[in-house]
Design a protein around this ligand. Sequence first.
Ligand SMILES: *[C@@H]1O[C@H](CO)[C@@H](O)[C@H](O)[C@H]1NC(C)=O
Ligand SMILES: *[C@@H]1O[C@H](CO)[C@@H](O)[C@H](O)[C@H]1NC(C)=O
Ligand SMILES: *[C@@H]1O[C@H](CO)[C@@H](O)[C@H](O)[C@H]1NC(C)=O
Ligand SMILES: *[C@@H]1O[C@H](CO)[C@@H](O)[C@H](O)[C@H]1NC(C)=O
Ligand SMILES: *[C@@H]1O[C@H](CO)[C@@H](O)[C@H](O)[C@H]1NC(C)=O
Ligand SMILES: *[C@@H]1O[C@H](CO)[C@@H](O)[C@H](O)[C@H]1NC(C)=O
Ligand SMILES: *[C@@H]1O[C@H](CO)[C@@H](O)[C@H](O)[C@H]1NC(C)=O
Ligand SMILES: *[C@@H]1O[C@H](CO)[C@@H](O)[C@H](O)[C@H]1NC(C)=O
Ligand SMILES: *[C@@H]1O[C@H](CO)[C@@H](O)[C@H](O)[C@H]1NC(C)=O
Ligand SMILES: CC(=O)N[C@H]1CO[C@H](CO)[C@@H](O)[C@@H]1O
Length: 452
Amino acid sequence: MCLSAMEPKSSALLITLLLITYPINISYCVSPQSPESSPLPSSPSRPSPSPSVHSELEPKQLQALHSFNISTAKDPCFEPSLHNATLCNSQKPFRHLVSLRLLNCSDDVEMSLTALKSLSTLQNLEFLNCPIPPVQFPDELIASLRSFTCANSLRKLTDVWLSRLRNLTDLTISQVIVKTRRPSIILGNMKKLRSVTISNTNLTGILPKKWPLNLTHFDLSGNRLKGNVPTSLTLLSDLKFLNFSSNSLTGELPSSLGDLLSLRNLSFASNSLSGPIPESMLEIPGLLHLDLSSNHFNGTIPKFLTEMKELKYLNLENNNFHGVIPFNGSFIKKLAVFKVGGNSNLCYNHSIVSSKLKLGIAPCDKDGLPVSPPSDSLYNSFGSSDDSSKDDSLFLHQALNESSPHSQAPAPAPPMRDNRHELSKIVLGVAIGLSSIVFLIVFLVLLSKWCG
Ligand SMILES: *[C@@H]1O[C@H](CO)[C@@H](O)[C@H](O)[C@H]1NC(C)=O
Ligand SMILES: *[C@@H]1O[C@H](CO)[C@@H](O)[C@H](O)[C@H]1NC(C)=O
Ligand SMILES: *[C@@H]1O[C@H](CO)[C@@H](O)[C@H](O)[C@H]1NC(C)=O
Ligand SMILES: *[C@@H]1O[C@H](CO)[C@@H](O)[C@H](O)[C@H]1NC(C)=O
Ligand SMILES: *[C@@H]1O[C@H](CO)[C@@H](O)[C@H](O)[C@H]1NC(C)=O
Ligand SMILES: *[C@@H]1O[C@H](CO)[C@@H](O)[C@H](O)[C@H]1NC(C)=O
Ligand SMILES: *[C@@H]1O[C@H](CO)[C@@H](O)[C@H](O)[C@H]1NC(C)=O
Ligand SMILES: *[C@@H]1O[C@H](CO)[C@@H](O)[C@H](O)[C@H]1NC(C)=O
Ligand SMILES: *[C@@H]1O[C@H](CO)[C@@H](O)[C@H](O)[C@H]1NC(C)=O
Ligand SMILES: CC(=O)N[C@H]1CO[C@H](CO)[C@@H](O)[C@@H]1O
């Protein structure tokens, strides 16, 4: 008698199963948050105001700030205005500026050579959203600058103008046109660089063969760079962050890419690169973020990726990879982002990876080839003796395999997804769900009366 309680339960189970298999996600994303930090670098940390209030900013520097429309009503060394950030050293009798950030300035601000000359104690200079015309920097300022940022400012920069800034350790340029035929003109002279961002600048030409060897952060994304990735890039053994995404790079990655032992984040996304993922990459112990999406990479996906303990982000979608992916479900679930869709010859082993993960690729057949996506005719031929379609028979084979004792995964979701069918299925599902809840309640009431 009490066994009949199974019936509503199993229909509820059926509904749950139906609902679980609905979401269609080409990519598997546990946490879809954007991994990017703000494109604008943060300013150096500000020392807390010291009690020596009587030391003030050097008068010529104060005058220069005034000429830039920066309010000097308050001592800029103690109470820097919010919008035009200033940072001073603690020299006596006068303090000097070491850092200046010009943010959202009006386009009529004039920066005279005299004013800039007086600022040659600056080590950091930032222009953020300052559409003023390009300015000429005096030699004294160029000698002192260590860090220069120009984001959506100064309208246009040239390679010759930039190449004068030889003492820089940090260079950030974004959303500005940079005129050059060869990026080596810019980077060739700046031997002390540690961090370079030249992003969204319509930079053209080929990548340099010589690099500043102490680079740790290198971002040339969103430009029009062409040609190969030179092998000499792999000499940058301190490099932690490399982003060459959204350019027009071609050819194969250098086979010595694994020499970049300090690498954490790597992106070559959205180029026209081909060939395999270099085997040497298995040497990179701390790789966290790997994005090779939207290229023409081919070959199989190497198994060593599963041994990368730190890996959190893996995007290989929209390439020409083939064969069986070497990952199991627990590896994939450990990642924050995993994308392999858009590789038509890639497949997953259904006895190792559940079809519930929605990887956007087909399951493999016995020979490690993707089972072609079954067509609507499957449902028509189901039950009929007509078994002429090879694809359909493969799919049936697949469906049988899924329920074998090897596999913990439930039967695969119907692979064809038609919106009209989805809608009517939802309506049906809701109807079944509601009626079984009603049935369950009635049943429980009856049961409690009968048992009590
Ligand atoms: C590096 O990748 C991780 C993981 O995707 C991400 O959280 C982090 O913000 C990235 N770092 C930089 C500097 O982009
Ligand atoms: C600068 O301008 C941007 C965009 O116009 C705005 O979002 C931002 O709040 C401004 N910042 C300041 C400090 O005024
Ligand atoms: C770089 O800095 C050094 C020491 O401060 C200085 O002697 C040299 O002239 C600077 N170089 C340039 C190109 O300004
Ligand atoms: C780069 O060129 C494209 C197309 O010509 C243009 O839409 C874009 O605004 C340019 N980028 C910059 C930073 O001007
Ligand atoms: C590179 O870094 C090393 C070690 O920090 C340092 O000795 C060397 O001077 C740096 N080279 C340049 C060109 O700054
Ligand atoms: C590389 O830069 C692009 C655009 O500038 C950005 O969308 C992407 O997240 C960056 N990738 C990494 C690994 O930082
Ligand atoms: C990968 O592509 C390259 C160049 O496009 C080609 O020469 C090579 O044969 C391809 N390799 C495989 C395994 O498909
Ligand atoms: C999944 O793959 C990882 C890495 O290859 C391995 O360490 C782990 O034992 C595998 N887990 C299962 C359940 O097979
Ligand atoms: C899938 O995995 C099973 C169990 O590890 C293995 O026996 C089978 O050969 C694999 N199939 C393919 C196509 O790699
Ligand atoms: C040179 C410069 O950036 N001056 C700006 C300082 O901030 C004020 C107010 O935000 C702007 O009006 C100035 O143009």
